[in-house]
Structure formats: C-alpha cells, structure tokens
Design a protein around this ligand. Structure first.
Ligand code: PLP
Length: 456
C-alpha cells in the first residue's frame, strides 16, 4: 500500500468508525453467537498470496462485526496465533485448534512475555515443592529458586527475575556468543556439587538448597543476533524439570522462511516461546506473540475469579479467557493487525520482506569486508551486521560519536568479548540498496576524517 492509498483507506476507515458510532443503537447489546463461532468462518491457514483490502474489509463485516468486540476479539486472536504458529511450523502442541492444550496470546512486548513465563514457571515450581511438603511456606520456596539465562540475553530477562523476586544466574557463551548445552550443564553440575541442586527438602528444617526452575534461551540475541543451541539446551531443561522459555523477540519473524526455520529446532522442548511481529513482520507496535505448550500452566498462575468477571461460558471449556494469560485485565483488539497484514501481504510477501532485508545486510557486510580497515565481529545471519574499525575501543567510540553527531544514520553499539562494536541494523520496510550504499559511503567518509585527526 503506497502513501496515496494509505491516505484514502485511512479516510474510509474514519467514515466506517463514524457510521458505526452513529448507528450503534441499532446493534444488539449482546451478540447472538455460540462460542467458537469465528473459526469456521475463516480459513485455517494464512493465505500464500496477497489479498485485496476490499476483501479483508468485506470480512470485517461478515466475520468480526457480528461478534464485535466480544467474542470476536478473543476468537480472532486465537485463530491468528494458530495461523502464525503454522507459518513458523511450531509443533502441534503449541497450536490451540479446537481442542489443543497449548495456544497463543498477544502480549504487548517481549519483556512482558518473559516476565509472564517466569511467573508461571515460578508458580509451578512452588506448587511442586509444596505438593510434597505442604509445611514449607511459599516465601521459603521463593527464596531458594534460581533461574538461568545467557550472559548475552536481553536486559528484560534479568529484569523479569528482579520483578519476580528470584535469583538469576548468567550462563557464559561460546565464541559465537551462544549458550551450548555443555555450558548450562556445567553450571548446573557446579551448583549440584556445591550442594544446591537438585533441591531437596527435609521435612523439619525446610529447603536446604536452591531449586532450578527456569532457563530463558535467546534466538537472535540483541548484541549480535546469536542463537542459543536450543536442541542441546532443551533436553537438559526437560531432564532437570526446568521451564524453558525461548525469547526470539527480533529473529522470530524470520522463521516463516524455510531456510531460517532450522534455527528454531529445539522448540519442541520449550514450555513457552515468544517473538515480536511488531519488530520485523510489518505489524505496527505493539504486538508480541507468545505461545505456551500447556495453557493450564499459565492460567493456573494468574487465575482470579471475582463475581463481576464471571460469565456463563467460563466452565464450558469453549472460550479462552485471555485475562488469565496476562497481567492487565483489559485488552486491545490487536489480532486485527495480524489479520490485515497476513492477508494483504500473504505468506509469500512476508517471506520476500525478510529475505530482502537479510540480503541488504549481506550487501552491507560485503562492503565492510572489502575494506581492510574494518572487521566483521559476528556471523551475519539476519538483518544485523556487527562491525568495527580494527584498533582500539576508543577509536571505535570516536567513530560512533562522529556518526551520531552527523545525524545521517543511527547506530547503536554493543560490547562483544570486551570490544566496542558498532551495529548496523536493517529493519525499516522502505530500506533499499541505495540506502545501504549511502550509509557505507557516509561511514567511510567519517572514518577518513577520523583517521586524519592528529590523535590517530
Ligand atoms: N529480547 C530481545 C532478544 C530483544 O532484542 C529485545 C529488544 O530489542 C527484547 C527482548 C525486549 O523487547 P520488548 O521491547 O518487546 O520488551
């Protein structure tokens, strides 16, 4: 959709909303629909090819408006997360379908999804301990829980532990900045040798050691887009009874392409998985897709049933009460964004978008590699290129200062193996090869100027 069409459709949408408000008294207060009505009205998978805006709008009338805003809001979300889960080829256990035990939910951000998985895992661990040792208090168990994550994990993972009031241990990474099975295993073994793990409980003296309860793996780390080895980590988590959450906030979108899907292998061991379609799948902020293998794990952790929230279908098993899957009670109709984007691009259009951006990153990488003054600092797998000038951290900090001051491009740095590294990230929908070339010309011009300065 170009800018002219966007303007036109935007005006039409304002008219649509105004008509709705003007005629709202003609609409029934309560929808005359059976739970689950929506699934049979739309296909079970996203289209391969793009569809027209008119077709989608016709379906808004046919599919959504009879159940607006409820139950359409909930039901479209479940079905869209099934569509998206199928696009990613998630194992069947994550797909809600009509009678699955898993399913998806839209959270606002990856940070929320990580926090929710941690709280659900925490609750599960506490219940497990208390099931055999009811005399031990929740506070006592809580003080012994330990979660693990990579030293390269996003700060939101550590923050989740902080909010959840649990200890978090950081697992070191290999030379590709990823956590392998042996690293986690080693840390777990060290903890066991120190008498911590597996947690054990003595009836009269309380818990004498720490209880492992969660590992948060990252697929596509923030600093360098590294991929933890989930095929190795998964079995360890399963053996140790640890909840495995996978945070693929940025890179998850690429798994809709078969050539990137192998990076998601190991998902079958995970308890929960999350990525942000608002980062790289052409969906506007906010839309963070999260799946759980067993929805009872998550619902069990947050369920509250005051009278004013009770409804007649809640015990039927036919409706999904997303309020139990998230921290807030109220929620927006975010699945409409997914529905529109999936249909207007089609799976093929979305794959083309990812592939184009990865190709642009590769183009930038070749430019860097061809200039002997620079080095590439991590394998370029997706749309992120980590590079630096060969030389000191100070030199690279000065280059970044010049880049920032010139206000032409925006780069965010990172630290890899103690080295100051520049990150070139391609994420805007409109980025073209000419932008890459222009950015590189700009960087090399500033480099030339920097190296001319007397201090260098
Ligand atoms: N996890 C990873 C790997 C990220 O790269 C980011 C943000 O860049 C986050 C989590 C946090 O994302 P959000 O803003 O959705 O909480």
């Amino acid at each position: 959709m170009d800018a002219a069409e966007f303007r036109r459709r935007g005006r039409e949408m304002v008219d649509y909303v105004a008509d709705y408000l003007e005629n709202i008294e003609q609409r029934p207060v309560y929808p005359d629909l059976e739970p689950g009505y929506l699934r049979s009205l739309i296909p079970s998978e996203a289209p391969l090819e793009p569809e027209s805006y008119e077709d989608v709008m016709k379906d808004v009338e046919r599919v959504i408006m009879p159940g607006a805003a409820s139950p359409a809001c909930t039901e479209l979300e479940t079905v869209m997360l099934d569509w998206l889960g199928k696009m990613l080829q998630l194992p069947e256990c994550f797909i809600a379908g009509t009678d699955g035990h898993g399913g998806g939910v839209i959270q606002g951000t990856a940070s929320e999804a990580t926090l929710i998985s941690l709280l659900a895992a925490r609750c599960k661990a506490i219940r497990r301990v208390q099931a055999t040792n009811p005399e031990i208090s929740e506070a006592e168990v809580l003080s012994k829980l330990v979660a693990y994550t990579s030293e390269q994990a996003h700060s939101s993972v550590e923050r989740a532990a902080l909010i959840g009031g649990v200890m978090m241990r950081k697992v070191p990474t290999d030379k590709t900045y990823a956590v392998g099975g042996h690293m986690l295993k080693q840390m777990v073994e060290e903890d066991k040798a120190a008498g911590f793990i597996p947690f054990y409980v003595t009836k009269h003296s309380g818990i004498e050691c720490v209880c492992l309860f969660q590992f948060c793996a990252t697929l596509g780390t923030t600093p360098s887009c590294a991929f933890d080895h989930t095929t190795e980590l998964g079995p360890i988590c399963n053996d140790e009874n640890m909840w495995m959450h996978i945070d693929a906030a940025y890179a998850g979108s690429a798994f809709i392409c078969p050539e990137f899907r192998p990076l998601l292998n190991g998902i079958e061991f995970a308890d929960s998985f999350n990525f942000n379609p608002h980062k790289w799948l052409l969906v506007n902020f906010d839309c963070s897709a999260m799946w759980v293998k067993k929805r009872t794990d998550i619902i069990g952790a947050f369920k509250m049933e005051p009278l004013y929230l009770k409804h007649e279908n809640q015990e039927s098993g036919l409706v999904t009460d997303y309020r139990h899957w998230q921290i807030p009670l109220g929620r927006r109709f975010r699945s409409l964004k997914l529905w529109f984007v999936f249909r207007m691009y089609g799976l093929k259009g979305l794959q083309a978008h990812i592939r184009k951006q990865v190709a642009l990153a590769k183009e930038f990488e070749s430019l860097v590699r061809a200039d002997k003054r620079f080095e590439i600092c991590a394998e370029v797998i997706m749309g992120l290129v980590c590079f630096r000038l060969k030389g000191s951290n100070e030199l690279n900090q000065n280059l970044l200062k010049k880049i920032t001051k010139s206000q032409e491009i925006h780069l965010v740095p990172c630290q890899l193996s103690g080295r100051f590294v520049l990150r070139f990230a391609i994420c805007a929908r409109t980025t073209e090869s000419r932008h890459i070339q222009q950015a590189w010309r700009h960087i090399t011009q500033l480099t030339f100027e920097l190296l001319q300065e007397p201090s260098h």
